[in-house]
Design a protein around this ligand. Sequence first.
Ligand code: FNR
Length: 372
Amino acid sequence: PPMEQLLNLDEIEQAATKQISKRAWAYYYSAGDDLISKRFNGSVYQQILLRPRVFVDCTKCDLTTTLLGHKVGLPIFVSPAAMARLAHPDGEHGIARGISEFAGMQIVSNNASMTPEQIVEGSAPGQIFGWQIYVQNERKKSEAMLARINKMSDKYKFICLTLDAPVPGKRELDEKSNFESAAPIASALKTTDEPVRPGGGGVGQQLFWGTASDLTWKTALPWLAKHTSLPIVLKGIQTHEDAYLAMQFTPQVKAILLSNHGGRALDTAPPAVHTLLEIRKYCPEVLNRIEVWVDGGIRRGTDVVKALCLGATAVGVGRAALFGLGAGGAEGVRRTFEILEAETATCMKLLGAAKVSDLGPKFINSRAVERD
Ligand code: FNR
């Protein structure tokens, strides 16, 4: 069907599923073990109720907000996801084009299938990017990449260090689909000059080859500070204890991204909403000191609004951007964001909120998910 007839993110995912290769689908869709965290990411928002107020002027609705001091058109960003060219030849550059009219923010994966220079080429003024890093065992490689990103600081405004996947989760769908196709796909699409990686495991396993699993609070951040002066965002925080620790590293660390990697790392790890609720309860000062972003399971404007009401500064989408790309390249990504934007605005108007800063806990009832 034409893109305009796809009405929600599920329909876009279905359209993409028909168009992309089985192997790409398995890599994107897959998650750890039994997919418990992945499914929970999606269902947790359904348990939170909205508390709409009436008699509020909602002729206008302003979705703009500020992330790390940069104005963006939407409180919704693209989370880093590897290998976009598996979905469509437009790749990560197509995602950038797709969100340009929304003045959106995109975090580019360490394992992107295009170079960081290609991805930002021709991006709209004001459009901002972050670079996500998986520190490599051969630190020199990571240091060279950081030097490249530092040179593009007009586009790349921060470094996002992912912490929740020091080793890849056990993604059986991905592994299974790989049995049917022996070629090491990750190596074929990589843009770096790295040697061909072993073809076993799934795409995820291949991509993780060479990634360091020895990072600690003590060593990683000082190392990073030596190689970049860009702000740092820590991705994959899943407990209030680690949120508190992250806050000790201000001002270098400017934001944390609560995430369980879309359920792709540790299965039965908590959805970001649970971590956000923990933080509200045990160390609410975190929410005032640094920005708290969340991702995982965002499918509807109501999900976006609920996360913001709980104190998130913005929400990320991973698979939704890839499936948008799979359904129609840059245009599919544009449609995905158009839907999310319209749904978010409708939700806010029906709720009685005219701008992002109006949103707060008074608009939700989250008792059903506060059981700890
Ligand atoms: C990811 N994610 C991810 N995260 C990261 O820090 N670096 C990466 O390279 C990748 N790669 C990646 C590939 C694919 C195919 C997916 C689906 C995800 C995780 C991603 O940033 C994000 O946390 C989740 O995708 C959010 O969940 P949803 O929106 O997919 O439900």
